[in-house]
Design a protein around this ligand. Sequence first.
Ligand SMILES: Nc1ncnc2c1ncn2[C@@H]1O[C@H](COP(=O)(O)OP(=O)(O)OP(=O)(O)O)[C@@H](O)[C@H]1O
Ligand SMILES: [Mg+2]
Length: 321
Amino acid sequence: MSELKEKSFDMSVFGFDGTGVQVQGFERDESLPIPTLKEEYIFHKDTLRDVINFIDCAFDEGLLLKGPTGCGKTSVIQQVLSRLNYPTQLFSCGGSTEFMDLVGQWTLVKGETVWMDGCLTIAMRDGHSLILDEVDLVAPEQLANLNAILDGDNLVISQLNGKVIKPHKNFRIFATANNANSDSSGLYAGTQPLNIAFMDRFRTLKVDYAAKEVEVDILGKVASAIPPIIRENMVELANKVRTVFKGESDTDEVEMSVTFSTRTLVRWAIQTQRCQRADCAISYALDRALLNRCSDQSEVEAINAWAIALFGDEFKPESMK
Ligand SMILES: Nc1ncnc2c1ncn2[C@@H]1O[C@H](COP(=O)(O)OP(=O)(O)OP(=O)(O)O)[C@@H](O)[C@H]1O
Ligand SMILES: [Mg+2]
């Protein structure tokens, strides 16, 4: 495989002008798996700096992003890599993921048994980045097989008579997790604390929901017809639900089984803009984006009451019509 041509980018590709900072990426090669670019993505300066620093210089380690659901962990990695034209293998982990799923497997093709490289083998050999998405769903003993790779060692494939794959200089490992340590909410079903020796091999970033004004801008990008004041109130409601979900509200008794991710906010805004024929589009869309997921009616009533307080009588919940 021919080497990719390197190319420098200035920070304007990430929406920051006049910084003078150059970031190393590659010339675009359409034949390679480059993450799809999302124009509406807004970068947080600190997280962006950390991700770029890691790409630029990783010393036998991975980069782990941990934080609540839908706050932008997977997408920030993908959006940085996309703008740098960095070939990327994304692996969505699950409870039944085994190390060999990453390495490769023998498969029957037209009656013949052939070896198919897995994403780890491809990424190590060809110099791609590998994203292990939701890594805390995988059994710790399976992840332990990655320890040597994270230390910078070769991959030895015993199924191929001990074939050795040397790590390419551009090979990088990213991982995301909701619950790297322990899940105090008990709501991230299926996750388990990561083994501390595995975690020790990662530079770690804590990611949280973006600041209010950033989320208001994100909503402006995906649903520009919604006036800024309404978008502000939408983010305000999301932050209220997040606070109560985390048990950090002094005044509210209700326990939340759901939280309000940026993903949910984006869905709410897009559906509000699309469903203008509904009696009350903003309430109709909120039901579908979040409320229909609540496990208890008291949560629905509490969120609707906070929405009325924010949006006024214009907000008419289904149950009150
Ligand atoms: N900074 C941002 N700019 C624009 N959109 C964003 C941003 N952060 C999050 N989003 C939106 O939120 C969605 C969810 O983000 P993402 O999938 O990265 O979250 P996550 O933290 O990986 O969530 P999970 O833990 O559930 O996998 C994205 O698809 C995007 O629509
Ligand atoms: Mg994710």
